[in-house]
Design a protein around this ligand. Structure first.
Ligand code: DAT
Ligand code: MG
Length: 157
């Protein structure tokens, strides 16, 4: 739907590598509305809740250690098919399988443009509307600011 919400998070490697502005810029440029944003150094306990689905995986301990190694940028973006479109903008979990941009001025996917290793893929995006709602509640328990996005009338019919 037009007002679907997704949880997007620049991971500690994306913050350290100075990619926050680039990632935000892509969502702005696409026409999504920014409705929540904060820098947070999450605890392992909090990250274990975020990645609860992956608890049995061999890489789970190193994933939690990496995600707790520095601050992340937690965001909520709203717009048409935000969850699916956000995932498409990220690219595949393993960045090696994602296309980089083909021309110097063109964007590929976020992971395809900036990352090589699956364990350092710089950005998270919700994989379904249900997980987006769960993640938004986990990262923004204080709630979300309401405002009118004046560009919306130029982006949607
Ligand atoms: P995604 O982040 O694309 O939703 P996921 O939810 O399956 O992927 O996994 C969460 C994160 O865990 C992923 O971004 C990077 C890490 N991860 C996934 N598979 C991995 C693997 N085989 N080895 C190391 N890290 C992995
Ligand atoms: Mg996932």
């Amino acid at each position: 739907s037009v007002d679907e919400r997704t949880y997007i998070m620049v991971k500690p490697d994306g913050v350290q590598r100075g990619l926050v502005g680039n990632i935000i810029g892509r969502f702005e440029q696409r026409g999504f509305k920014l409705i929540a944003l904060k820098l947070v150094h999450a605890t392992p306990e909090h990250l274990e809740k975020h990645y609860a689905d992956l608890k049995g995986k061999a890489f789970f301990p190193s994933l939690i250690q990496y995600m707790a190694s520095g601050p992340v940028v937690a965001m909520v973006w709203q717009g048409l098919d935000a969850v699916k479109t956000g995932r498409a903008m990220l690219g595949t979990t393993n960045p090696l399988q994602s296309s980089p941009g083909q021309y110097s001025f063109a964007y590929g996917t976020i992971r395809g443009d900036f990352a090589l290793a699956v364990g350092r893929n710089i950005c998270h995006g919700s994989d379904s509307v249900e997980s987006a709602e769960k993640e938004i509640g986990l990262w923004f328990p204080e709630g979300i600011v309401q405002y009118t996005h004046d560009q919306a009338k130029w982006i949607f019919e």
